[in-house]
Design a protein. Structure first.
Length: 310
């Protein structure tokens, strides 16, 4: 007879006189073999694929008529888990566990199998100037489970201001998860000062403690009564007032020279406030009394003219 479960077999023999002789007991253990899991035709416990859309998992059991159940989240499979019928197409990282159930022999579980499907993404770290950015680990292309440490290092005369793009914060060290393609930029800034020779002052627009590298600064020279603006010096040049300056050097100093007006002469200072320019015709830093001057307000694309003042 066939045996389909573990048991202890004992037998006794009787002769015609009903005499008996009993055999020694025999223990027969039948163990249910655990299922075999194959990933893309290979056996093992850990699989890793990079930039592959899917992997195929097959679960096999030597028990005819057994029921295979499985999970993909690493939890133990129970009788409520899905029944395995067809090969599994894995499209994201998973921990596959499988168990085979038999009505007579109980259950047997396979070792968990980890399937990692990695994607790689580009992480670009840039700066316009004033410092540098380092990546740890280096390389620029990372798996989607990594976190990269970005460090902003300011050059002499510059200081780190902030991160822009796919990075946010004002600390020079930034942790960036590489779960997609990203670009992070470090902004460095420097101080801008003014020096005045004569009677007058200099106004900066915008007025900042630190000016980002590559930003544009407008400097307006404002003479005191009885004086006129004569000449720019330092980081600015010429006598056009106001002056436009793009910040690309550290610790910039803009100097302005003011001179005294002679009789019958007056100074005219036109200061744009906000997103726009003021065109003066004829352009000069002083005029004879009685001259007529045309001032035209020209707003930038993102601005509009509001009002005159002064």
């Amino acid at each position: 007879f066939s045996i389909d479960r573990s048991l202890v077999l004992r037998a006794v023999a009787y002769d015609t006189s009903f005499n008996s002789r009993q055999s020694e007991p025999i223990t027969i253990n039948l163990f249910l073999a655990a299922p075999t899991i194959r990933v893309n035709g290979q056996t093992g416990t850990i699989f890793a694929y990079t930039n592959v859309n899917s992997a195929t998992a097959q679960i096999e059991s030597a028990l005819n008529g057994g029921t295979i159940r499985y999970t993909l989240d690493g939890t133990p499979p129970t009788t409520n888990a899905p029944i395995y019928r067809l090969p599994l197409v894995i499209t994201q990282s998973a921990v596959l566990r499988a168990v085979v159930y038999s009505q007579n022999l109980g259950s047997a579980e396979a070792d968990p199998v980890t399937i990692n499907l990695w994607r790689t993404y580009q992480l670009t770290a840039t700066t316009s100037g004033g410092g540098s950015v380092s990546l740890n680990p280096p390389g620029g292309v990372y798996r989607n489970d990594k976190v990269v440490l970005l460090t902003a290092s300011a050059a002499s005369g510059w200081s780190f201001l902030r991160w822009t793009g796919d990075g946010i914060g004002t600390e020079p060290v930034l942790h960036v998860p590489t779960d997609r393609a990203k670009t992070v930029s470090a902004v460095f800034g420097t101080a801008v000062g003014s020096a005045v020779m004569g009677s007058g002052s200099v106004r900066f627009d915008p007025s900042l403690t630190r000016y980002p590298y590559g930003s544009t600064l407008r400097a307006s020279a404002i003479p005191d009564a009885g004086h006129f603006f004569a000449l720019w010096g330092g980081a600015a040049s010429g006598n056009t007032n106001p002056a436009q300056l793009t910040i690309s050097n550290a610790n910039v100093i803009i100097s302005a020279l003011f001179s005294q007006l002679t009789s019958n002469r007056v100074a005219l200072t036109v200061i744009p406030n906000g997103k726009g320019q003021a065109m003066v015709a004829p352009r000069a830093n002083f005029y004879m009394k009685g001259e007529t001057v045309a001032i035209t307000a020209q707003p930038d694309a993102e601005g509009r003219f509001l009002v005159w003042s002064g």
